[in-house]
Design a protein around this ligand. Structure first.
Ligand code: EPU
Length: 337
């Protein structure tokens, strides 16, 4: 395994931002990982593990070591008549895992089709879309303690999942390297059509759902119609999290904005940040090299030459205007480095 110096990261983040890593290494298997853990360039520097770079915003060069996770492999661990345990190594592209499972007729992650990023990043932020969340199917997360090199397996409860949140993003940030994820999927039809946009799409297009691939295909079509392709225009998906509001604040807002969309989740009311941003007039707006996507206001885009600072400046302006109009605080979903 080679450790590079002053490595260019612009091709390794979907915002396409120019940034350099002081040191850079690529790991392809657990053996390389173990070697890395005892290398002084690893132990003596700040570390950043990178998957597909689809949820990260570089605001400056990284003064430490960036480790690109390329650990591959998907296998069926165990199965019975009803369920199957699928283990995927963390460097696998998330959608490749979706394809692996839907092709075999398994149900559970088809609603999470085309989410950019790697399998290792999925538990970090408990990825979710179209009414499904990773935590609904997660069995365990395999990790290495980066300090001791020891293996540790987290069961679902230990991951402390929340909306776009987990223990790996909080208490244990940077402490564990996620090496593999085990999912428990269903061999029987288990359609999740709770998300209205998905159900409406299937009705409108008269899609008869026979298997999980049919759902996967529909989700992919919806996503592609709304979300910009990072290969064509730099972005990191949703830049902000949706906002949870308490009952009093919700009632207060509904009096002024009776059309405000909202969803009940975990006994709280979730308001789409995309709607809030759109109401403040930001949708489709461009400010120099950066902008707010024209079809999904939750997505900030880099028109080519933007710096991370420019994106942060735009994000701060959006936060301020949403605060002023609605009294609600938007928080970024992307990791700012
Ligand atoms: N909306 C607007 N204007 C917009 C965008 C959204 O009014 O510009 C309103 C609409 O009322 C719409 C509602 O927001 O009905 C929900 O929109 P959408 O289905 O596009 O979902 P979202 O809540 O904006 C979340 C996730 C997405 C995920 C979709 C679909 C977060 C932060 N984002 O967005 O995840 O694909 O649901 O399930 O929770 C990502 O994390 O990168 C991501 C794209």
């Amino acid at each position: 395994m080679k450790i590079h110096k002053d490595y260019n990261l612009s091709g390794l983040n979907t915002f396409g931002l120019a940034a350099k890593a002081k040191f850079f290494a690529e790991v392809n298997n657990e053996e390389e990982l173990r070697k890395l853990f005892v290398d002084p360039l690893f132990t003596e520097n700040t570390r950043l593990f990178l998957g597909k770079g689809s949820n990260i915003l570089f605001t400056k060069d990284f003064d430490g070591i960036v480790i690109l996770n390329k650990i591959q492999g998907i296998e069926v661990l165990r199965e019975n008549t009803k369920t199957v345990l699928v283990k995927s190594m963390s460097g696998v592209i998330w959608h490749d895992l979706v394809v692996f499972t839907t092709k075999r007729g398994y149900w559970g992650i088809e609603n999470l089709s085309l989410i950019p990023g790697t399998v290792g990043a999925a538990p970090m932020q408990n990825i979710g879309a179209y009414g499904a969340e990773l935590r609904n199917v997660l069995e365990s997360v395999e990790t290495f303690d980066v300090k001791t090199g020891e293996k540790r397996i987290f069961n679902k409860e230990e991951c402390e999942f929340g909306y776009r949140d987990s223990i790996f993003k909080n208490k244990l940030k940077n402490r564990y390297f996620i090496s593999a994820v085990v999912l428990k999927l269903s061999k029987f039809e288990k359609k999740n059509l709770t998300y209205k946009i998905l159900a409406d799409y299937l009705n409108k297009n008269k899609v008869e759902v026979k298997n999980s691939s049919d759902i996967s295909k529909a989700v992919a079509e919806i996503r592609c119609s709304k979300l910009p392709d990072p290969k064509l225009i730099g972005n990191a998906g949703s830049f902000f999290k949706n906002v949870f509001v308490g009952e009093n604040k919700f009632n207060e807002l509904m009096k002024i904005f009776p059309d405000m969309p909202h969803f009940e989740e975990d006994n709280m009311i979730k308001v789409p940040a995309g709607w809030l941003i759109e109401q403040c007039g930001w949708k489709g707006k461009r400010v120099g090299n950066v902008g707010v996507h024209e079809r999904q206001a939750l997505v900030l885009v880099n028109y080519g030459e933007a710096t991370g600072r420019e994106i942060i400046e735009l994000a701060n302006k959006i936060i301020a205007s949403v605060k002023e109009k609605f009294g609600l605080e938007l928080t970024p979903e992307v990791n700012i480095v």
